[in-house]
Design a protein around this ligand. Structure first.
Ligand SMILES: Nc1nc2c(ncn2[C@@H]2O[C@H](COP(=O)(O)OP(=O)(O)OP(=O)(O)O)[C@@H](O)[C@H]2O)c(=O)[nH]1
Length: 513
């Protein structure tokens, strides 16, 4: 019973520990998940902000260039009017380009694409009619638009773009074209300033896909066409939203990245063509600190689980051992109690109830007999010539006989009767509630007495010695009315002596008490 309770307790403890550990692990997992989401969201916001900062700054820059181009166009009327001062136009362009950071070349072209003035004198007279931007604006020449050419490789290996404005005559045909060649490296400082970590990179591309600037500097990537199926660039452009945040492999580096992209359209500038800025970061590297925390968290969960499991296992094992010791001690104590009880109430040799226990039972039996009006009987036995056995064959054989006599007595009586060893070779058998009628009870007692005498008279085997022994018996009824116990015993004892005197191996009935 206690063992099964212990098993149930152990199972419950393991179940509880599992619940606690699962809850703990879930808490850690939830915290990690929350932290990961927080990191991703923080990075998202930062990259989006950085892309927007680049966007706004470039728009400012474009506005400045647009204003410069418009002022040149306005000046052209003056220079066309005063042809003699045409040579001063070049100086004017030089002064302007010097004042406009990021603008390397300022050209004024006529309707045929020939350079009529430039801040760089060596370009005068060259014809740029075959340039992509010239072809683009001849199709839809609009003085209100600001044309942005696709990036092209400059002689220095950098990629440049032209910003172009046109003036038209009354018929809508091209009159003059003013171009400003933007040196993208001018944007390097701007793009560098938004890189908030080593692995953050920022890039500027034309909306058609040509990469014009990449920071950290990767000249090998300049001119690469980003507009390929499935690329993050294509996804952004196809999304037709000015701003996007995408995750995936980057075409240029192959790494898994978070990328904020913005299309720089500046509607108020009426740009024909647009730029796309991208601010990106390697997702794996950005999550490295989180990875460390996650590993630490998993380690803590594993360690706590291991320690608590081992502790519980050890505790249960120690408790089981302690309980085993307790159970053993209890068994010993129980055994000692049994032995004490045995010694106190039972005869050590025959294991029959001793004198004390017999008297106790007699007392109870007498009370019950009186109460029920039923007679009980006391049979007082004494072995005949027992001393002789001891003297001739030794005390041990005498002991064997006493043991066997005890067994035979017990074999002849009912469960409710008592056979006790009174002293030496004297035994008392108490027959409980034989009958309500004294005569009948006496007869029944006589029957049992005869049966017992016959049983005791049978041959004994005393450690190989065949031996015969008889007993003499006095029979006293009791229970008719209350009578001192020693009186009952005396009556039976006296009757026993009568039986001895009558020749032994017999019983005699005692006079009523
Ligand atoms: N072996 C053995 N002998 C015992 C024990 N207790 C008492 N005796 C002996 O039992 C004998 C009792 O003898 P008595 O009853 O006086 O004499 P008896 O020979 O039986 O003679 P009657 O009773 O007149 O027939 C004594 O010799 C005791 O020493 C015991 O526990 N073991």
């Amino acid at each position: 019973m206690r063992f099964s309770v212990t098993i149930t307790n152990n199972r419950t403890q393991w179940l509880l520990l599992s619940v606690v550990l699962i809850s703990f692990a879930s808490l850690i997992a939830a915290s990690l998940f929350y932290e990961r989401s927080r990191v991703i969201e923080e990075q998202r916001q930062r990259l989006i902000t950085k892309a927007r900062v680049v966007d706004e700054n470039i728009v400012r820059q474009l506005e400045g260039v647009r204003n410069g181009l418009q002022s040149i166009l306005a000046d052209l009327e003056y220079f066309d009017h005063f042809k003699a001062r045409q040579h001063l136009l070049g100086l004017r362009l030089k002064a302007l380009s010097d004042a406009m950071p990021g603008v390397r070349t300022l050209n004024v072209l006529d309707a045929s694409g020939t350079v009529i003035a430039s801040n760089r004198a060596e370009l005068a007279g060259k014809n740029f009619a075959d340039r992509q931007y010239f072809t683009m604006l001849t199709q839809t020449p609009d003085p209100g638009d600001l044309y942005l050419s696709q990036p092209f490789a400059s002689v220095l290996g950098a990629y440049s773009m032209n910003l172009v404005q046109v003036s038209t005559n009354e018929g809508g045909a091209i009159e003059r074209v003013v171009t400003a060649t933007l040196d993208p490296e001018f944007f390097q400082v701007l793009l560098s300033s938004v890189r908030f970590a080593d692995d953050v990179w920022v890039a500027l591309a034309h909306v058609k896909g040509v990469l014009a600037l990449h920071l950290p500097e990767r000249r090998d990537l300049l001119g690469v066409d980003l507009n390929t199926p499935g690329s993050l660039f294509r996804q952004h452009v196809d999304g037709a939203e000015p701003s996007s945040f995408l995750t995936g492999p980057v075409k240029t580096t192959g790494e898994n990245a978070w990328m904020a992209q913005r299309t720089i359209t500046a509607p108020h500038l009426r740009m024909r063509g647009a730029l796309v800025v991208a601010a990106a970061r390697s997702a794996d590297r950005a999550l490295e600190p989180w990875d460390q925390i996650a590993k630490l968290g998993l380690g803590v969960v594993a360690l706590v689980s291991l320690i608590s499991a081992v502790t519980l296992w050890q505790t249960q094992r120690n408790r089981a051992r302690a309980m085993a010791v307790l159970a053993h001690e209890e068994a010993l104590r129980h055994q000692a109690e049994q032995e004490v009880r045995q010694m106190a109430f039972y005869d050590a040799l025959t294991h029959l109830p001793n004198r004390r226990l017999l008297l106790d039972r007699m007392s109870q039996q007498q009370a019950a007999s009186v109460r029920h009006g039923r007679y009980s009987a006391l049979l007082f036995l004494d072995l005949d010539g027992f001393k002789q056995l001891n003297d001739r064959h030794g005390h041990d054989r005498g002991d064997r006989l006493l043991e066997q006599v005890a067994q035979r007595l017990q074999g002849e009586i009912r469960q409710e009767d008592t056979a006790a060893r009174w002293a030496g070779d004297e035994f008392i058998v108490m027959l409980s509630e034989l009958s309500g009628d004294a005569e009948d009870a006496s007869q029944r007692a006589a029957q049992v007495a005869a049966k017992i005498l016959a049983s005791l008279a049978r041959e004994y085997d005393l450690d190989g010695l065949a031996y015969r022994c008889t007993a003499s018996m006095g029979v006293a009824l009791f229970g008719g009315e209350k009578e001192p116990l020693d009186e009952i015993i005396k009556r039976a004892d006296k009757a026993m002596y009568q039986a001895k005197a009558s020749g032994r191996n017999a019983f005699a009935s005692a006079a009523p008490g």
